[in-house]
Design a protein around this ligand. Structure first.
Ligand SMILES: Cc1cc2nc3c(=O)[nH]c(=O)nc-3n(C[C@H](O)[C@H](O)[C@H](O)COP(=O)(O)OP(=O)(O)OC[C@H]3O[C@@H](n4cnc5c(N)ncnc54)[C@H](O)[C@@H]3O)c2cc1C
Length: 433
């Protein structure tokens, strides 16, 4: 498989505050917990464990935030793919209500952590708009807004005119706005989490690729490519879209497509004022959704699916640049300064999966596209489970690792769907959008 696309070409790498030093693991150490992977999930786990007085060592192949966490759209959206009524139907009234409470609070956690730790993270909490691209989806978003509203959430259905006013484009039939949500500079947030975890006493080692994971009785040995090791009774694996073959069948339990983003040069105040004037972040109801926003320096970002493989050249982002031109003709001709991508992990049931394949080994995988809030909150929940031993502190049930049948074919299938959507310009040739 080709090397994954690097972090450095991203807008976020160019504009994030400096990272804390996280030198490679140079000697054998022991700890209460070893965390593998320094994205939002691993870093939040480490922060909350360290705050509880647990000794924790994080090992990361590259640097904190190098994976999906440093490359995403920075949209902090509470909830999961399923609406409250669907969650209740799936999990029953008791576990369902608890899960609704959990997924509804994920954005709060992110903004609370930024404030509590004084993180240097450009952010704005103006809400998230989901644009409806077909008449059927208009009904879906109307119901979705009503369900959350009935639970006291500051959410509203937007008819075509209201959506057009907030979006600055009339290409959606309607939408809803969820004002719990907002936008962050995601790499700045990942680096902020790392600094907070270090300050709380965690050890974090970058350039420390874990190559083996072995258990002898109640002790795990986690060894890096350089030959140094961490021994610990507990290990948390939080490698998500960058999962390799450390744990049998884990990689085969998810599909890991690349998601692509482009960002323009900073727009003039005149042009920027016509696009998302209140500063909401946006995604839409397409299967292969489009997501867009302005950053803190008035660049317009547009994200969506691209080829399943790693990109070859700028042409792999051209479909997103065309979408920008169609949705916001006033931006036509403004150069695109940044093109980047990253891998997300999708599970078959569109839920994050927690696994405990052996004693002391906890795995969190399958962030879908909601990982900024969700993985931050999963980290906090995993830390609570580890410190208390109470599985009830985990928001999702612990399930066996189940490889997707015909995994390689599934990845081909996803590539075919993505290719088809690219041909049709992400559906943007639809009159509706
Ligand atoms: C382009 C893109 C756009 C997205 N947009 C949004 C959005 O707007 N809003 C939202 O909520 N979510 C979004 N997501 C999803 C979100 O980014 C992820 O859900 C989240 O970052 C996952 O965090 P994580 O900690 O689980 O994994 P990651 O951040 O991917 O971290 C996993 C880490 O594990 C490390 N690793 C892997 N193997 C090893 C090993 N053997 N040894 C040591 N380290 C290892 C990797 O280097 C990586 O740093 C997007 C994702 C992408 C890629």
């Amino acid at each position: 498989m080709a090397e994954p696309f690097p972090l450095a070409p991203s807008l976020w790498f160019a504009t994030a505050p400096a990272a804390a030093a996280t030198p490679p693991l140079a000697q054998d150490v022991s700890a209460d917990v070893c965390v593998i992977g320094a994205g939002f999930a691993g870093l939040s786990t480490a922060l909350h464990l360290a705050e509880a007085g647990v000794s924790v060592v994080v090992l990361e192949t590259h640097e904190p935030g190098w994976g999906g966490s440093g490359r995403n759209g920075g949209q902090v959206i509470p909830g999961i793919k399923y609406d409250p009524s669907e969650i209740l139907a799936k999990f029953g009234p008791v576990a369902g209500e608890a899960l609704i409470g959990f997924v509804g609070s994920t954005a709060d956690l992110v903004f609370d952590l930024i404030a509590k730790h004084g993180m240097d993270v450009p952010h704005k909490r103006a809400g998230w708009i989901q644009g409806a691209h077909t008449p059927a989806m208009v009904e879906t978003v109307k119901r979705r807004a009503a369900e959350w509203q009935a639970r006291g959430v500051d959410a509203q259905f937007l008819d075509k005119d209201a959506a057009a006013r907030l979006l600055g484009t009339d290409r959606y039939l309607a939408g809803w706005v969820d004002r719990r949500a907002g936008g962050v500079q995601p790499l700045a947030y990942a680096r902020g989490l790392a600094k907070a975890a270090l300050a709380a006493g965690a050890a974090i080692h970058g350039q420390s690729n874990v190559v083996s994971l072995t258990r002898s009785g109640a002790t795990w040995t986690v060894r890096t490519a350089q030959g140094a090791s961490v021994t610990a009774p507990r290990v948390v694996v939080a490698t998500n879209g960058y999962t390799g073959d450390l744990i049998p069948k884990l990689r085969q339990s998810v599909i890991r497509p690349n998601s692509f983003i482009v960002a323009t040069q900073p727009l003039s105040d005149n042009v920027a004022g016509t696009i998302l004037p209140e500063g909401q972040v946006v995604s839409d109801t397409r299967q292969l959704l489009l997501y867009f926003r302005k950053d803190h320096q008035n660049r317009l970002l547009m994200g969506g699916r691209g080829p399943f493989r790693e990109p070859k050249d700028a042409a792999d982002w051209a479909h997103l640049e065309r979408v920008v031109g169609k949705m916001y003709p006033q931006v036509k001709g403004v150069p695109f300064d940044f093109r980047w991508c990253g891998r997300v992990a999708l599970t078959r049931d569109f839920l994050p999966h927690l696994h405990e394949p052996e004693p002391g080994l906890l795995v969190d995988i399958g962030c879908m596209g909601r990982g900024v809030g969700l993985q931050s909150a999963m980290g906090k929940a995993m830390a609570a489970y580890i410190t208390t031993g109470d599985r009830g502190r985990l928001p999702f049930p612990v399930v066996p690792i189940t490889p997707l049948p015909l995994h390689a074919l599934n990845e081909l299938y996803v590539s075919a769907i993505i290719a088809w959507y690219r041909l049709t310009d992400g559906g943007m040739k639809d009159k509706a959008a």
